[in-house]
Design a protein around this ligand. Structure first.
Ligand code: GTP
Length: 334
């Protein structure tokens, strides 16, 4: 029974899930949507889930937007119970007009959909959409390599009610068509737009109002086609390493470290202080592209870097990071 049939009951709060592979542009889209909500006077609340121990993207969300953080694990498994708790807490304390859940890029959206719908039995919420941001060049790279991450990306695409094929600026027209065809093969039903930096028309995604219920496109996840590996996504293979910097580092050496990251590290982000420039930076790295943004963090925020990828050598990375700190310390003394 819908809420209209209950004169006394307040309408359910729409919940939108924002999913997509590591570094695809979820936070970029979230910022746009929050800006839109703000302009329209819609009170939004956000749940952010990060694999690392710190929420760097949370730095970008303004203090006026109520936010619950689920850190150090993935909502679809290790901290799934926390999702229900975070949702009920937001409903009770903030009574927002809308709730957006940004999942980790490693999450299986089916599990999150389950988590939200389970909570909807006890809290006044209603799942309205699952928007998935696809990293265009990243998808082609993963397709070349195959494996568990490709299967996870496919599962995310299958669950979507809305799809953004993002980073179109980094694809030539043929490759862009290739990505669209692949995505359409996996999910023929969802609304699909091609974007650069998640620029979508206002109102296209994460809106209030009914949408088709999320469902996995055929063939179903439970029944993989004969001869194929089961497509139950697993992200046991995805690991995160969090490094807290003990000292400012040299900017060129740091950029060289990012440029030389092994292929298996898909994603890195963090806050760094460089010894050779005056301000602090939020850095982003996804599929070999890096980006630096000057920031002035509120409160006490450590310099930290989170690296996410598939079976990479944690020891080798730690050694490189420590070498960076040692060089900076030695040069500081001389
Ligand atoms: N070239 C290019 N870069 C983009 C585009 N969209 C986003 N980016 C960049 O990609 C990086 C990752 O973007 P985010 O929005 O943080 O991605 P995310 O999916 O939230 O990342 P995780 O939360 O770590 O999984 C940032 O440096 C963005 O500026 C795009 O269309 N083109």
């Amino acid at each position: 029974m819908t809420s209209e049939h209950h004169q006394a009951a307040a309408p359910a709060i729409p919940v939108h899930i924002l999913s997509g592979f590591l570094g695809s542009g979820k936070t970029t889209l979230l910022m746009r949507v929050l800006e839109q909500y703000r302009a329209e006077g819609v009170r939004a609340a956000v749940i952010m889930n990060e694999l690392g121990e710190v929420n760097l993207d949370g730095q970008l969300v303004g203090a006026q937007v109520p936010m619950q953080e689920l850190l150090g694990g993935c909502i679809c498994c290790s901290i799934r119970g926390d999702l229900g708790l975070a949702l009920t807490r937001l409903v009770e304390s903030e009574q927002p007009d809308v709730i957006v859940i940004e999942s980790t890029g490693a999450a299986n959206p089916l599990e999150i959909i389950d988590g939200v719908t389970e909570t909807a039995m006890v809290a006044r919420i209603e799942l309205q959409s699952v928007t998935v941001v696809v990293d265009g060049p990243g998808l082609l790279e993963l397709r070349r390599r195959g494996g568990a991450s490709l299967r996870l990306m496919r599962e995310q695409v299958r669950c979507a009610t809305g799809l953004l094929v993002n980073k179109a600026d980094r694809l030539d027209p043929e490759r862009l068509v290739e990505v669209q065809q692949l995505v359409r093969e996996w999910n023929p039903l969802a609304a699909l737009v091609v974007t650069e930096h998640c620029q979508v028309e206002p109102g296209l995604f994460l809106r209030r109002g009914p949408v088709a219920p999320p469902r996995a496109a055929e063939p179903s996840a439970a029944e993989p086609p004969a001869g194929q590996a089961p497509i139950h996504p697993t992200h046991d293979h995805v690991m995160a390493h969090t490094h807290y910097f003990r000292a400012p580092v040299d900017s060129e050496a740091f950029e060289a470290l990012l440029a030389g990251l092994p292929e298996r590290v898909f994603r890195a982000k963090g806050i760094v202080t460089f010894r050779d420039t005056p301000s602090r930076f939020l850095f982003q790295y996804a599929f070999r592209e890096s980006d630096f943004m000057r920031i002035d963090p509120q409160g006490e925020v450590h310099d930290v870097a989170v690296f996410i990828g598939e079976h990479f050598s944690r020891e080798a990375l730690i050694e490189q990071l420590e070498a960076l700190e040692r060089i900076a310390a030695a040069e500081g003394k001389s």
